[in-house]
Design a protein around this ligand. Sequence first.
Ligand SMILES: Nc1ncnc2c1ncn2[C@@H]1O[C@H](COP(=O)(O)OP(=O)(O)OP(=O)(O)O)[C@@H](O)[C@H]1O
Ligand SMILES: [Mg+2]
Length: 455
Amino acid sequence: MSQKRILIIEDDSSQREILSDYLVHHGFSVVTAMTGSEGIKQAQDKSPDLILLDYKLPDADGLEVLTELKERLPLTPVIIITAFGSVDKAVNAMRAGAFYYLTKPVHLEELLLLIERALKKARLEQEVASLRRQVSGWPDFLPKEIIAQSSAMKELLNLARKVAETEATVLLLGESGTGKEVLAELIHRLSPRRDKPLVRINCAAIPGGLLESELFGHEKGAFTGATKAKQGLFEAADHGTIFLDEIGDLPLELQAKLLRVLQNGTFTRVGSVKEIKVDVRVIAATNRNLEEMVKEEKFREDLFWRLNVFSLNIPSLRQRREDIGPLADFFCSRFAQKYNKKIKGFTRKALEALLTYDFPGNVRELENIVERAVILTESDYITLEDLPPYLHKSKGSNPAQDFFDLPLMEAVEKLEKMRIAQAMQEAEGIKTKAAKLLGISERVLRYKLAKYGLE
Ligand SMILES: Nc1ncnc2c1ncn2[C@@H]1O[C@H](COP(=O)(O)OP(=O)(O)OP(=O)(O)O)[C@@H](O)[C@H]1O
Ligand SMILES: [Mg+2]
């Protein structure tokens, strides 16, 4: 087994030295920090396997440091060292995720036993979690290739199942890559129409002129190039389901035609006056804000209400972090199979980096990251080095680092933007308050918010 690294956060230098010497003597590698903030920084930079935290530090409250450590390194055990007599605090610390506590003066053999127990438990926990993720966590109606561990997703899927049984039009909303198409397919598969076709079309991918004929078909000679009559997708989907992806990109002229299909199931082919009647269930999806589009008159309000009968909002991946681990495992085994590699999983550091990353591209981004890592890795486990460089530092690590590569004006602007965003958050969006925090006038703040697109 490789050498384990322990971080000691302790302000008292003689205490720090005693602990450090003892642990090095017992085969550990040791990093030390004298203050809470330095400890947090070291924890991030050095990714220790275990942390010893003195609960009484000059610059910070032990509980706060602990909470911060647990947020950034959720899987790393922390042992608290507290003054004799502050057992209450120690109990609080355990509630906040500490592995255990020791009171001063520290008995070194006791400490060593505790460290070994903590490391063993951390290892087991990791294995158990990974096994559990493989065998359970799915509501029983779910196909294996849909992962949902978070309660938010489970709730959403239960709603999806209920609406699947009905004929209701469904509107799927969510950021790009959250799984809208996956959900549309699931709804079709759970619906009474499951044996009939599911026809998909991406309204954004087809030029406006062709879209009408694609959706509704055309008669021979309807336009130049229409040498034969052609059935549209609505006809192809008769008795089944049609999935209208990126519905926000449907041109206004076609919105009226779609509204009519939704209202009475009828439409005409391009170049024809004959009404065709179909029985089609519609599922639509978009990552756009349709309500805003209605206000801007880019989306018909009546169509919006027709579509919005039953809408499902898929949360972003950062709003359901419990799903990151199970999804990562799932993609890992899928790609390991695809690329014919034997991979057991992720190292703790790699997993921690994934668990704390924000995933602007949601599940699709995670999928791509894991595929790349499976291709790159040369060992049984995916390591931090197999993940893209922007994941190597978890969030909150020295942001100043990013500035060093920029030209001066850009660096200054970036810093200004970050500071303003932070103040706005602190002020809960109230501009007068944020302006005060920043020591600038509200007028200047408004100007800068507009300049940086922070409105
Ligand atoms: N819960 C899930 N379990 C397993 N894989 C998922 C899950 N959600 C999404 N994926 C996978 O993530 C990728 C993105 O999903 P999908 O295409 O459904 O997202 P989307 O919301 O339609 O994205 P976009 O808005 O970019 O079209 C797909 O490869 C899909 O298989
Ligand atoms: Mg999609």
